[in-house]
Structure formats: structure tokens, C-alpha cells
Design a protein around this ligand. Structure first.
Ligand SMILES: [Zn+2]
Ligand SMILES: [Zn+2]
Length: 427
């Protein structure tokens, strides 16, 4: 059996707001540091990225899995893209993102031929089509019955199947008669499997987790991923495992705490209002107390609205998961390095590389290394935070309206928050 740690949804430099560092070489380099061994290619329908992929990747004996020429098979690629659809359902415009996995770069080229008649694929690595999701699935499956499509980050307010702004309430309302081809959904950063387990309608789907990363840095790439154990890894075996929701082949998913996600609670970033928990947001009718506009409703609220089961319910066939925060986040917090650029600072990076050198890679450090090893390579506080993350005991101020959640040290609790909160406006 071969352990495959897979991030199945990333982007290329041809998607809007993507780091220029998103090169294949950097992706391989940072995957090794992170502890990933399979990556989606991202943006496989963009003609320029597809031609870079075709020039630089070669298929391995593991059918449908590629490696970078001149590099080993320890980091593999699988043909992947993300596509947006815009359509009207019951009089309302719906905007939904879908991830598509494909058995080869040649199939990506064939799908490019078909979809280029509907939109300018050169415009963005993540193309947007004005067709229904059902029409998209039909085209994708007609191009190759081995193609695999599922909803991306299923709960984010904009651009997702269950999003409060552009989404719908049921899988069938999105994919209509093509729902039979859907086997999985991506939980996204702001929700975790336990939140999804509260909807009985989702029991038959495999919950996947990916980073949707726009940069190769290891605090983005692989921040969420899936751990498979495959007999003879290939595109087909991987897809079979997902379709069968086979717990012997999908061992677990790796998730960030949902509070870390950018849409976990409600708020209005422009007015500095948030994070607002569901009970309070309901009380004020999801209106911003400063400007009166609609709050961006949190994923937690949306799950609560749609759930038909209590918190803590676990379906019988559930795939387990573990929660981790990117190691760089833990180190930045432990060292007290603050601000937008904290994760890029050399102080954080030096400690990060020490830990990776001692433990083998980041995911090993986060999941299985001994406390002593981590402490030896870093500091007592870093080791404390890694252990706390494992025990699910991190204190995180939830994210809202596009703002990431923020990790807090225990002794920060009493301090006044810089971010204004709801009570500031109500009293
Ligand atoms: Zn997306
Ligand atoms: Zn406002």
C-alpha cells in the first residue's frame, strides 16, 4: 500500500491574484517541505498553463499521474481545473464553483476545445461559463467518462453550491438530472466534516479537502488535503476510492479549524464589524450596525440553517479527519511576529525550516513528531501550540467576510481586541 497525501485543488499564475512564484519547480519544492506527494495541476484549461504542463510534465507508470521532468516521483501531479458557472435558478442568479479532475492532459485539451466555444479560456485560469451546472457536468462527462467533477468550497458565501449569496439549498437544485455524476464535495476552509455531517442529504458524498491555494508557500499549499492509501496509485484508483467513499483507501482528511477560514462567522469587513456569532447575527437581522447593509453571512450560520441533525452527530460511514493549523501560523504567533507579512518573515521561516529539518516535513511535525523533537527545533511555545492543535484546544478568533481567523495565545485572552466587535456598536 502506498500513502498518498493529496491536495486536489490549486491554481496557476494564470488565475487572478495568484503568486508569480507558482511555478512547477516551486510547487514540487514546497510540496516536499509540506509533506504532500500529489497535487492538482490547477487551471488545466488555460491554454498557456496547459502548454507549460505539457512541456514540463511527463506521465509516470502510474497512469494519469505525472511528474516534473528531471525530478523524482515523490511529488506527482494530476490534471485539474476549477470552473465557475453563472445561471438563473428560480428567478435568482446563482454563482457556483466546481472542481474538475481529468485522467490526462490530452483530455484537458479536448475539454478546452469544447469550452472555448462558450468563453474566452485565456481570460482567467479559472474560467466562468454562463451555462447551468448540469450542462457543465454533461459536457465534462461527454468529453471523458473518466472525468470527475464536484462542487468547490461548498459553503463560501460567494461562488459556491450552498453559499448564502450565490448558492442553492440542495445538490439537485444545482446539478438537476446530472446529480447522479456527483460523488464528492469540497468542504472548504470555513467548514469541517463535522459541520457537513449535520446534513443527512450529504451522507452519500465523499467530503474532500483541498487548499485552493494561489501560492506555493507551505502555509497555503496543502493547508487542507486528503490522505489516501492506494494499492497501485493511478488516477483511476484514486477516483475509484473517492467514488466508493472507501474508508480503507481514504484514511482521513486534514483540515484547518473552520474558525480559521475567511467566512466562518458573519460580519462586514469594510465597517470593521465582526466576527459575529450566529445567535447575535440573527438578532440584528444580518444587517451591519454601522452602514445598514447586509452582513456577509457566515458558513456556521448557513450550516445551522440547513442542518437536520444536532451538533456532534456523526454518520456511520464518515471518513475521519484531523485538524491542523499551518506550522508557520503557529510559529508566528509563538514568536509574537505580527502583521500582514508575518508569515513571510525570516524569523518565522528560520524556525520553520529547523522544525522541518528535524521532523522530516511539516505535516509530520504537525501530526506525529514528538513534542521533544519539535521543542528542540523551535521553542517551548511552538511545541505547546502544536500539541494544543492536536488536542483541538487552540484559541482562534473566527474569520468573517474575507478576513482569516486569528490564532491567539492563551495569555492574550484578557487583552482588548483591536478589531471592534458587535457590543461596541450596541452599547
Ligand atoms: Zn473557487
Ligand atoms: Zn457595514
Amino acid at each position: 500500500m502506498v500513502r498518498v497525501t493529496a491536495d486536489l485543488h490549486i491554481h496557476s499564475p494564470f488565475s487572478a491574484a495568484t503568486s508569480e512564484k507558482m511555478t512547477l519547480h516551486d510547487l514540487v519544492r514546497f510540496s516536499r517541505i509540506k509533506g504532500l506527494n500529489l497535487l492538482g495541476t490547477g487551471d488545466a484549461l488555460h491554454p498557456s498553463w496547459l502548454s507549460i504542463l505539457k512541456q514540463n510534465l511527463e506521465e509516470t507508470v502510474m497512469k494519469g499521474l505525472y511528474k516534473l521532468k528531471g525530478e523524482g516521483e515523490d511529488v506527482l501531479f494530476l490534471t485539474q481545473t476549477e470552473v465557475g458557472t453563472v445561471h438563473v435558478y428560480e428567478g435568482k442568479v446563482r454563482r457556483i464553483h466546481h472542481v474538475i479532475l481529468m485522467p490526462s492532459l490530452e483530455v484537458a485539451e479536448q475539454l478546452t476545445d469544447r469550452l472555448s466555444k462558450l468563453t474566452d479560456l485565456k481570460a482567467d485560469g479559472r474560467p466562468v461559463l454562463t451555462i447551468t451546472p448540469a450542462e457543465l457536468v454533461e459536457t465534462v462527462i461527454e468529453t471523458s467518462s473518466d472525468n470527475f467533477i464536484f462542487p468547490a468550497h461548498a459553503w463560501t458565501p460567494w461562488w459556491s453550491i450552498f453559499g448564502s449569496i450565490g448558492g442553492v439549498n440542495r445538490m439537485e437544485e444545482c446539478y438537476e438530472d446530472m446529480t447522479k455524476h456527483i460523488y464528492a464535495l469540497e468542504t472548504g476552509l470555513s467548514s469541517d466534516p463535522a459541520m457537513n455531517w449535520r446534513l443527512s442529504a450529504l451522507d452519500r458524498y465523499t467530503l474532500l479537502s483541498s487548499s485552493d491555494s494561489h501560492s506555493p508557500w507551505p502555509w497555503r499549499l496543502g493547508r487542507e488535503c486528503n490522505v489516501f492509501e492506494l494499492e497501485e496509485p493511478s488516477y483511476k484508483e484514486l477516483i475509484d476510492a473517492i467514488k466508493a467513499k472507501d474508508p480503507s483507501r481514504i484514511l482521513f482528511t486534514i483540515e484547518t479549524p473552520p474558525e480559521y477560514g475567511k467566512y466562518h462567522y458573519s460580519g462586514h469587513r469594510k465597517c470593521g464589524v465582526g466576527p459575529i456569532p450566529p445567535s447575535e447575527a440573527r438578532k440584528i437581522g444580518y444587517r451591519c450596525p454601522v452602514c445598514g447593509k447586509r452582513l456577509t453571512k457566515g458558513v456556521e450560520d448557513r450550516v445551522e440553517e440547513m442542518a437536520d441533525r444536532p451538533k456532534g452527530f456523526k454518520p456511520e460511514n464518515a471518513i475521519p479527519y484531523i485538524k491542523v493549523l499551518p506550522l508557520a501560523e503557529l510559529i508566528a504567533t509563538a514568536l509574537g511576529v505580527k502583521g500582514e507579512q508575518a508569515l513571510y518573515s525570516s524569523r518565522v521561516w528560520d524556525v520553520y525550516l529547523n522544525v522541518v529539518n528535524v521532523c522530516g516535513n511539516e505535516l509530520k511535525a504537525l501530526i506525529e513528531s514528538s513534542r521533544e523533537d519539535i521543542e528542540k527545533a523551535s521553542t517551548t511555545i511552538v511545541a505547546d501550540l502544536v500539541v494544543k492543535a492536536r488536542e483541538n484546544a487552540l484559541k482562534i478568533t473566527p474569520g468573517f467576510d474575507g478576513v482569516y481567523g486569528r490564532l491567539q495565545l492563551e495569555n492574550e485572552r484578557g487583552k482588548p481586541k483591536k478589531q471592534r466587535n458587535l457590543t461596541d456598536f450596541l452599547t
